[in-house]
Design a protein around this ligand. Structure first.
Ligand code: AMP
Length: 397
């Protein structure tokens, strides 16, 4: 997949109907938006489009509905966006998302006007990428702009289908940034390139490990997934999280690292607990081995130093998955130390969304990273080397 995609800056917007697929999937509690980061993130692309004379039509999904559902209407988002932008965002209410009335209203828009369609998931075809709804969306625009990275790994009508029926399909600033940092790191990283993987399970990251071993100079593995690798090497891991059916896979990956000359670093000591609880009896091991009846819930100090030293030498660092159970204050130190080492590093530092993004923000290092991806699933699929359909469909430069 090429990451060299045309962006909104590469096309003439004046007088054109510009449909922007945003990610307005915000949490709403008691009729109030409780976290508006996604709205704030979308503003640059929207402002650019209307200031350059586009007739701007916004769309997004909200929640997991598969048909019309008033409680999942985007109306509230239109009001809040109007406040944030300081210009009116007209809400085009329709259970069909696009109908004749919506077409008529879009036809009456002036350059610089902004409108928001109803939740795209009000149309059951959305998730199946069926042509009917895709053509409906295409019928109200001249240019399609995808700026929803978090759903770029899903082929839906509003992310992929619509682009099949318009000549011009480009990315917005959010996706452009994701492609620049994440795509850039995968395609053409400054070396040494180091990846840190953690989190609960090996099985969630099988393809990520395999793909990254073809690209990185150093692979650091911590968190729950490390114990399967340690057990595969013959260490005792007590009652730590282990996926027995992935022991062979772990051995294969250890061999692949050797063949590829990749330095694969695993924990050399652990903070262990007698139960999965913040109040558990806590001990620190001397080495890789964990005694019977105990489980590893964090990396130890020696490991933090080992990982930290490796991070210091890197020029590009990608991190996905915490080093321990960071939600428990007694077991968050390893994750904190890695976040700190990344924050202090001169390397390009990229956080691959999901739990690691949450961990970095909770621990207060968010603003010290070069880039925090907005798409957990999408960034993981990029790291797996997969093609993201919502990006692949966009016009190449
Ligand atoms: P993931 O979504 O795969 O990145 O996994 C994140 C989850 O892994 C977090 O909720 C962590 O609490 C959990 N985790 C990290 N280390 C461990 C561990 N040693 N044992 C059990 N769970 C862990």
């Amino acid at each position: 997949m090429t990451f060299n995609k045309k962006s909104i800056e590469d096309v003439q917007l004046n007088g054109k109907r510009v449909l922007i697929r945003c990610d307005f999937n915000v949490p709403i509690v008691d009729g109030k938006i409780t976290d508006e980061n996604r709205l704030l993130g979308a503003l640059d692309t929207i402002k650019y489009a209307y200031k350059n004379g586009g007739k701007v039509i916004l769309c997004s999904h909200l929640g997991k509905v598969k048909g019309p559902d008033k409680s999942m209407s985007l109306k509230i988002v239109a009001s809040r966006l109007s406040e944030l932008l300081g210009v009116n965002v007209e809400f085009l209410q329709s259970d069909l998302v696009v109908d004749d009335d919506v077409r008529r209203k879009v036809g009456e828009m002036n350059n610089g006007d902004i409108a928001l369609l109803e939740n795209t998931r009000f149309r059951a075809e959305e998730g199946k990428c069926e042509d009917g709804f895709s053509k409906d969306l295409a019928s109200i625009c001249d240019i399609f702009v995808n700026d929803a990275f978090g759903t770029a790994h899903r082929a839906h009508c509003s992310t992929v289908g619509v682009a099949k029926f318009v000549d011009t399909a480009v990315c917005g600033f959010l996706i452009q940034k994701e492609l620049g940092f994440l795509g850039g790191a995968i395609e053409n990283p400054k070396k040494p390139f180091l990846a840190v993987l953690g989190g609960a399970k090996v099985s969630d990251k099988i393809n990520v490990i395999n793909n990254l071993l073809d690209k990185v100079d150093t692979l650091v593995i911590g968190g729950g997934m490390a114990y399967t690798f340690l057990k595969a090497q013959g260490y005792s891991v007590g009652i730590s999280l282990v996926e027995e059916d992935k022991l062979e896979y772990a051995k294969d990956m250890l061999n692949k690292a050797k063949e590829k000359n990749v330095s694969l670093l695993l924990p050399i000591d652990h903070v262990i607990a007698d139960k999965f609880s913040n109040d558990a009896t806590r001990r620190v091991t001397n080495d890789e081995n964990i005694e019977d009846g105990f489980m590893g819930l964090d990396i130890g100090e020696k490991t933090s130093k080992l990982f930290g030293d490796a991070l210091k030498n890197a020029k590009t660092i990608i991190w996905n998955g915490p080093m321990g159970v960071f939600e428990f204050s007694n077991f968050n130190k390893g994750t904190m130390e890695v976040a700190k080492a990344m924050a202090e590093s001169d390397a390009t530092t990229i956080i691959g969304g999901g739990d690691s993004a949450a961990a970095v923000n909770i621990l207060g290092f968010g603003d010290k990273m070069t880039h925090i991806s907005t798409g957990g699933g999408a960034s993981l699929e990029l790291l797996e080397g997969k093609v993201l359909p919502g990006i692949d469909i966009l016009n190449n430069k």
